[in-house]
Design a protein around this ligand. Structure first.
Ligand SMILES: C[S@@+](CC[C@H](N)C(=O)[O-])C[C@H]1O[C@@H](n2cnc3c(N)ncnc32)[C@H](O)[C@@H]1O
Length: 208
C-alpha cells in the first residue's frame, strides 16, 4: 500500500473547505445513546464528532485515518468543541487497532476505495463489530474493471477513483466477509472521474 501519496494529498486538504464525502453514511446510520462507533477514514473528524454527540457520554466514537494532517485537524476540532468521548487512531484500513466484537456501528465515507486489499478491510470491519452490529458505508464503484495503468498509479488511487472496484466485486467481498442483510440505501447515476466512470452509493449490512 502506498500510503505516502494518500498522506500527502489528504494532509494538504486538512485545512481546506473542500468536500471529501461521496454519500450520506451518517444520515442512514442513526447512532443511538450508548453505542460504540467507528468512522474509517475519518478525515477532519466531523462525522466522529457528530456520532459522539449522538451516542452521548455512555457511548464512544473512534475515528481512524492514516493522514497525520487530518488527524491533527480532527483532534483540534474535538478539543475546541470540548468533545471527550472520542479518540482518533492513526492506522491503515487493513489493520484496525480495536478488539474483536467491540463495536455497534462502523461508518465510512469515500475511503474504502483507497485500500489495496479491500477483502482484508471488510474482514476487519466484520471482526470488530458485535454480533448484530451494522456498517453503513458510502463509497464509489466503477462501472467497468479499472485498467491496471490507473489502478497501479498511487496518485490516481489517492485522488479517490482509481482504486474503485465494480459493484459485483464489491458485493462478493462483503459476502465473503460474512455480512448479511446487505442493502443499497442510495446510488448515483454513473459519472466520469479521472480516466474512468464511477457511481457512488451508500450500503448497509449486519454482522449476524
Ligand atoms: C475522501 S477523504 C474522506 C474523509 C471523510 N470521511 C469525509 O467524508 O469527509 C478519505 C480519507 O481517508 C483517509 N484514507 C485514505 N486511505 C486510507 C488508508 N489506506 N488507511 C487509512 N486512512 C485512509 C484519508 O487520509 C482521508 O482522510
Amino acid at each position: 500500500m502506498n500510503v505516502k501519496e494518500i498522506d500527502i494529498r489528504y494532509s494538504n486538504l486538512a485545512e481546506s473547505n473542500c468536500c471529501l464525502s461521496c454519500g450520506g453514511a451518517l444520515i442512514y446510520a442513526r447512532p443511538v445513546s450508548g453505542e460504540i462507533c467507528l468512522d474509517l477514514g475519518s478525515g477532519r473528524g466531523n462525522d466522529v464528532i457528530r456520532m459522539a454527540e449522538q451516542v452521548g457520554n455512555d457511548g464512544f466514537a473512534y475515528g481512524l485515518d492514516i493522514s497525520e494532517g487530518m488527524l491533527q485537524k480532527a483532534r483540534k476540532v474535538a478539543q475546541r468543541l470540548d468533545v471527550h468521548n472520542v479518540k482518533f487512531l492513526k492506522s491503515e484500513l487493513e489493520v484496525i487497532p480495536l478488539d474483536d466484537d467491540h463495536l455497534d456501528l462502523t461508518i465510512s465515507n469515500c475511503t474504502i476505495n483507497h485500500a489495496d486489499n479491500k477483502q482484508v478491510v471488510w474482514n476487519e470491519i466484520f471482526r470488530i463489530l458485535k454480533s448484530g452490529g451494522r456498517f453503513v458505508v458510502s463509497d464509489i464503484f466503477s462501472t467497468e474493471d479499472v485498467p491496471d495503468k490507473y489502478r497501479n498509479d498511487p496518485v490516481a488511487v489517492a485522488e479517490c477513483w482509481a482504486g474503485a472496484v465494480t459493484k459485483k466485486v464489491y458485493f462478493e467481498t462483503l459476502n465473503k466477509a460474512g455480512f448479511k442483510d446487505l442493502e443499497i440505501l442510495e446510488e448515483s447515476t454513473p459519472y466520469p472521474k479521472g480516466g474512468i466512470e464511477v457511481s457512488s452509493f451508500t450500503i448497509k449490512g449486519i454482522k449476524p
